[in-house]
Design a protein around this ligand. Structure first.
Ligand code: AMP
Ligand code: MG
Length: 476
């Protein structure tokens, strides 16, 4: 089986896309194919392997594909860009997986479109492999995410700051590409008929139990999904890096792996992206940005909340007031799991905050600190203590935590807290090797991050001090 495409976006949302073919790739080559994902999606990995170089580089289209580029707006770092859209991505179509779920197949890095502005429409091999790696890590960590089906090189050299690099395309699978920015695009144009269509399209695709036109119902679902998603990111020390409204999906999946990275030593202000100079999207700001982005969605949907504008604003404000509360609930649930706690008790929030306070400023690695709690359940706190420059606060906290634990805590801790995340220095080394033609480090790292709860010492250590502060780049 290969793809049996359907094209509901084209059918239902005229005005929200342009027909546009990928640019030809002169000498395509399949670099990595996600065979387990293909099988889950009801696709035959062998057949995909045979055609992958052509289909996933944009050199040639799989049968039935009808490529389009989507229009959307976005608030980027707080400022509104009315026309963004797919500047280097092509939606080839949708297909139904054996689970009945509809998925988009999109190519990213597949050439210029009318939305490219000054960009070249291309992507470099390193960043496309990065999206593959980090999205696979997120999936293995049970975080909702778009997936990567394949990465193919195009045979072209493209120009980036570091000089000429291999051009590449990632084939992305998403529950949909409906973004907050998709709604903003139509609201900015005051296109109420098409906005109504997009609302119903989104409901049919993600919340089919809601009645058509139920904008409040949809908003509530999106808010809950997003609150849960950001809480999961926070639990993993994940910094998305570019939480613009065009990068927030109504499906609740993590989307657009640009400058994202995992925090090592716990520091709430952690920022990796070179362009995020004011730290708008710093680790600890992500929950606030969640509320900010959802406010933009509420604005776009306002006309559908109630026919009376004043009542519509009241309804929106009500809901926006709840977002922080919902987020706190989700975050606490994440922390209870990470601390190995059963059920919920009144002191759990303070306990979670106490652990974070003990870590802060101590150079304690986020991932390892949680992982090593498992050994500290009984008495062997040494591996944990060793992560802290000054463990005084931790030593005061441990007895409080132990007093709250119930039998089975150790196993709960080991299944809640990963041993392996994509470590920045290893990601960089793997991508650098791949860019010079050696895929072996990438393959090894990928295997480790796909089994994140299995201890694999070679992939568990934080970056050596010589690695320095990690800086990531957007749109690369
Ligand atoms: P991002 O914030 O990375 O998701 O991208 C924001 C916007 O920039 C989107 O409209 C992208 O399609 C566009 N974009 C990013 N990189 C390129 C590129 N190399 N060429 C054309 N458009 C791009
Ligand atoms: Mg984007």
């Amino acid at each position: 089986m290969t793809f049996t495409f359907d094209h509901s976006w084209k059918r239902d949302l005229p005005g929200l896309f342009l027909d546009q073919r990928p640019e030809p790739a002169p000498a395509p080559r399949l670099m990595v194919l996600n065979a387990p994902l293909a099988r889950d999606l009801g696709l035959d990995p062998d057949q995909l392997g045979d055609h992958g170089a052509t289909w996933f580089s944009g050199a040639g289209l799989p049968p039935g594909a009808a490529p389009i580029v989507l229009a959307y707006s976005g608030h980027q770092f707080g400022g509104f860009s009315p026309v963004l859209g797919d500047g280097r991505a092509h939606l080839l179509g949708e297909f139904l997986a054996p689970d009945g779920q509809r998925y988009d197949l999109q190519l990213k890095g597949s050439g210029r479109t009318p939305f490219s502005r000054r960009g070249d429409g291309k992507a470099a091999l390193g960043p496309m492999l990065r999206e593959y790696l980090i999205s696979e890590a997120m999936a293995a960590l049970n975080v909702p995410t778009t997936r990567s089906l394949a990465v193919a090189t195009t045979g072209e050299r493209i120009f980036r700051d570091q000089g000429p690099v291999p051009g590449a395309v990632v084939a992305r699978i998403a529950a949909s590409h409906i973004r907050v920015g998709s709604f903003e695009y139509l609201a900015a144009r005051q296109d109420r008929p098409l906005l109504a269509k997009l609302l119903d399209y989104t409901i049919a695709r993600h919340d089919p139990d809601l009645a058509p036109g139920d904008a409040l119902g949809l908003f509530d679902r999106v808010a809950r999904r997003q609150a849960r998603l950001i809480a999961q990111w926070m639990g993993l020390g994940f910094v998305h890096g570019v939480m613009n409204t065009d990068n927030m999906a109504l499906s609740g999946e993590t989307i657009d792996y640009g400058p994202c990275a995992f925090m090592e030593a716990y520091a709430p202000g952690t920022v990796f992206s070179s362009i995020d100079r004011n730290g708008r999207y710093a680790y600890a700001n992500q929950p606030q940005i969640l509320g900010w982005n959802l406010a933009r969605l509420a604005e776009a949907l306002l006309g559908f909340f109630d026919a009376d504008p004043e009542r519509a604003v009241d309804l929106a404000n009500d809901r926006l007031g709840w977002i922080a509360v919902q987020y706190e609930e989700e975050w606490l649930a994440v922390m209870q799991r990470k601390l190995g706690l059963l059920g919920a008790e009144a002191g759990d929030l303070a306990l979670a905050q106490g652990f974070l306070a003990a870590m802060e400023g101590q150079g304690a690695d986020w991932t390892l600190s949680f992982r090593r709690l498992a050994q500290a359940v009984d008495t062997d706190a040494l591996p944990l203590l060793g992560l802290f420059a000054d463990p005084a606060a931790l030593l005061a906290w441990l007895p409080l935590w132990r007093a709250r634990l119930e039998p089975g805590a150790q196993i709960r801790l080991l299944t809640a807290n990963p041993a392996v995340i994509p470590r920045n220095h290893q990601v960089e080394a793997a991508l650098e090797a791949a860019t010079s033609g050696d895929m072996a480090p990438f393959t090894a790292l990928l295997a480790a991050i796909q089994a994140p709860f299995t201890e694999a010492e070679a992939f568990m250590l934080p970056a050596p001090t010589g690695f320095g502060a990690y800086v990531t780049f957007c749109g690369t």
